[in-house]
Design a protein around this ligand. Sequence first.
Ligand code: SF4
Ligand code: SF4
Length: 419
Amino acid sequence: MQTRFSDEALEQPHIREADRILRSCVHCGFCNATCPTYRLLGDERDGPRGRIYLVKALLENPDAGDTVIAQTRLHLDRCLTCRNCETTCPSGVEYHKLIDIGRAEVEARGRRSLTERVFRSLLRRSMGSSRTAGPLFALARGVRPWLPRSLQEKIPPRSVAPGKRPPAGRHTRHMLVLEGCVQPGLSPNTNAAAARVLDRLGIRLEPAPAAGCCGALDYHLNAQDDGLDRARANIDAWWPAIEAGAEAIVQTASGCGAFVKEYGHLLAGDPVYAERAAVVSRLTRDLVEVLRDEPLDTLQAADGRRVVFHCPCTLQHAQRLGGAVEAVLARLGFQLAPVADGHLCCGSAGTYSVTQPELSRKLRDQKLKALEASGPELIVTANIGCQTHLGGATNTPVRHWIELVDEALDPAETHPSSP
Ligand code: SF4
Ligand code: SF4
């Protein structure tokens, strides 16, 4: 794709990066075929190729008027950042980096309405901390029966209590784990189950108490500076354990993992944090990357339940780990039913279900139909966002896949009672 940036514009790092990405696109349009919003809306501007053109037009025209900015924002806001288009693209276009540049540009050039700004700020502040997210969801669960159905669906069902974590200091192999912001309140058993399973494999899994939200929530709501501040705070929180020999930083939520793996890129220009951010990204592993390298034949886990797996976009498209969980579960003896259109997003996408409720609901309903086609007893996934989004709209329990493994390994010690 040809670009028309002036030499002066190209002196800015973000324009140089946008120029490089734009030039890699051959505008073939293959990506439209797998874009969930293009499939739903049929509008070129709601597909990846159209959004790429919108960002290009905006960046090339510093004098773009309010209408152009508002239209560009509308179509960029509708993008799920699911990155399905990147998996499909034959030219390796780094779409997510371009859309981040486009979103920051839109935000810098025109303010949103006051209502929208307040709403997005509240969303970031309430969801970006386990101290506020947990109590908020607990309160919402208490009044759930009296709310309209559309709101009930947004409130996740009661979570499974966390069973006992293994005693600290039992093994010399040591890995950090991110607790995150919403997961401790919504699914406290996920990290406890991961710690128990890794304990059986001789690995100690411990959180760094000062680490918090990975920053993805802020970053993708266009508060990019706040998102980077959270990244810096996490790097500081993890650094002493890294220096003490922690082997990896394990992520049990694929959304957080995808973002922490980007710290190195996002902080590359930071004179203080660039080097440490690169180390943190290099050490970051999704839980499945840890388990697949371990001798799983020592564990006999399968428990005969009918299970399906929903692969989050952040696992298959962002981290390119599609099929990895299925392979680990198969090695442990589980038989998963196939799921049609497994590459498509469930509509959770961070805060998308709140900011774009209609599109999100359509995607969720399509996904649940595909997942439940085989009549499963349990749906497992790898990201807390997908887990709660899907779980709010079905009677089939939706859990993290590590809970399934944990329960099958030792049903007496863990807490298999489903919500
Ligand atoms: S598939 Fe890749 S190269 Fe083709 S239009 Fe989409 S982003 Fe551009
Ligand atoms: S990230 Fe997802 S929603 Fe956005 S353009 Fe790509 S495929 Fe479409």
